[in-house]
Design a protein around this ligand. Structure first.
Ligand SMILES: [Zn+2]
Ligand SMILES: [Zn+2]
Length: 491
């Protein structure tokens, strides 16, 4: 039996406020999960697909992230006759609204200047499938879209790792706002660390983010180590699994069976999303892993995500058509055993004993973090007092932008706390805009909501910043104030 999802934002807010008023945190959480049943129990039979190859967008004509990435996949899927099967339903893309982007990102100076139509359609495609999923038209969905998104962080000054805006994060916040879902798991299976998604949900204990990827000492973006495990109030809700170069199907499946699936079971998310990057493939030109199309299909079958969103994958002819076809068949519960690369030889790739031991030790370390995370959080909160402050540097490799950030998070006993991030960026010798973003989480307590709105109003007078932003998720209003012109707008 599936409980009806909450139909609109007003009733979702009212329901949340009613719970917030009267109940202690523990029972509030359980009633929240009981209220919205996981889409995983859906009776719908179809797998929803969207293709958006973005013909008119590329970083440059010879760049590895270009339209052919999806064209060969599309040919292969037609050749297999998948689109004619009753289990598959193709949907048409739509544009995401600027508001959907502003719910997640502080785009400096504004969303319009940091996105093209192609970016808004890639993000909008995930929302089409999200609506189809939540209205029970489909059992699961796969958005085969580009440009990708998982290197885009909360603040956006430009393009990082081929990404401007984070498609999957935009989908997650849309689903939470529109349908009242709270606990979401994102499993990132791209060969690169999903540093953008990690950044966006770093302080959010209700979003479990697990990324497995080639060791950051050997690959862009050079992060995703085991000690990166979330902000002080959300320790353990970010888990990074760096894998040695050359890891095979066997290694990735070991991580899945021994770490990812048991932790997902324990976390009990309302929705499981997969950032599906296909660049762990043995032919990928940008990385050094040994994953096969069969390995990817089986990974998808076991993970059983409600939504998959394409990220990277740059072996346009030798990998993407086979990997994507295998994943679609696994999602549609079709036999994928015949999907094989033309040069595939079973047993071709093996791991050394050293690689096996290294992967086992990473898994054990992370299992221990997961089991002790509540203690880690209470200790961190005790040490910190009222606010947590952190400085960091971000580099935008595509646009050659360097950014300095300072973030402040309220260590609230009643919610995850509101967040403020000050940002200053430069490109070459040119100074870009400075900005301050104030972010109110969707499920913030009343006092954090009030204080954050006050911070926004006060900082509008702060000459240090060119722009001041407010992400007011409980009210679903996203403000931007230009301190020089005193012009305010709202998405
Ligand atoms: Zn990638
Ligand atoms: Zn609070």
């Amino acid at each position: 039996m599936r409980t009806e999802p909450i139909r609109d934002q007003a009733s979702a807010e009212a329901a949340e406020q009613a719970r917030t008023r009267d109940e202690p945190e523990a029972s509030r959480r359980s009633s929240q999960s009981a209220l919205v049943r996981p889409a995983r129990s859906s009776q719908a039979l179809k797998t929803g697909l969207i293709f958006f190859p973005a013909f008119d967008w590329a970083i440059s004509p010879t760049h590895p992230e270009r339209e052919e990435r999806l064209l060969y996949t599309r040919d292969q899927i037609f050749e297999e006759g998948l689109m004619d099967l009753p289990q598959i339903e193709e949907y048409k893309p739509r544009l995401a609204e600027l508001k959907d982007v502003a719910r997640v990102h502080f785009c400096v100076p504004d969303v319009e200047s940091k996105t093209t139509e192609a970016h808004l359609i890639a993000a909008g495609s995930t929302l089409v499938l999200a609506d189809a999923l939540m209205s029970n038209q489909i059992r699961n969905g796969f958005a085969l879209v580009r440009p990708p998104g998982h290197h885009s962080m909360r603040v956006v000054h430009g393009n990082r790792g081929f990404c401007n805006i984070n498609n999957e994060a935009i989908m997650v916040e849309y689903i939470r706002k529109k349908y009242g879902m709270r606990k979401i798991a994102i499993v990132d299976t791209d060969v690169h660390h999903g540093d953008g998604t990690q950044d966006i949900f770093w302080h959010d204990p209700d979003v479990l983010f697990i990324s497995f990827h080639q060791d950051g000492r050997t690959l862009y973006p050079g992060s995703g180590f085991v000690h990166e495990m979330g902000g002080p109030a959300a320790l353990g809700s970010t888990l990074n699994v760096p894998l040695p170069p050359g890891t095979t199907d066997e290694g990735i499946h070991f991580v899945l069976e021994n770490l990812v699936l048991p932790i997902l079971d324990d976390f009990g998310p309302d929705l499981v999303c997969n950032s599906a990057g296909q660049d762990n493939h043995y032919t990928d030109p940008l990385a050094n892993m040994r994953f096969t199309a069969q390995g990817y299909a089986r990974l998808n079958e076991r993970l059983n995500p409600d939504m998959a969103v394409l990220e990277g994958g740059y072996a346009i002819e030798s990998a993407l058509p086979y990997v994507n076809t295998g994943i679609i068949q696994a999602m549609a519960r079709l036999d994928y055993s015949h999907v094989r690369e033309p040069d595939y030889v079973p047993g071709r790739f093996t791991q050394t004993g050293e690689m096996v031991r290294s992967i086992e030790s990473t898994v054990n370390y992370l299992l221990n973090i997961w089991e002790t995370k509540d203690d880690l959080i209470s200790r961190a909160k005790e040490e910190l007092g009222q606010f947590y402050r952190n400085r960091k540097r971000v580099f935008y490799d595509t646009d050659m932008i360097s950014e300095n950030q300072e973030e402040t998070v309220r260590m609230c006993p009643d919610c995850q706390g509101y967040l403020m991030v000050g940002t200053q960026a430069s490109q070459g010798h040119g100074r870009l805009n400075t900005a301050l973003g104030v972010s109110i989480p969707l499920f913030a307590c009343r006092s954090c909501q009030d204080d954050a709105r006050e911070e926004y109003e006060e900082h509008k007078q702060d000459a240090k910043y060119d722009f001041v932003y407010l992400q007011d998720r409980p009210r679903d209003v996203y403000r931007s104030y230009h301190t020089r012109t005193r012009n305010e707008r709202a998405y």
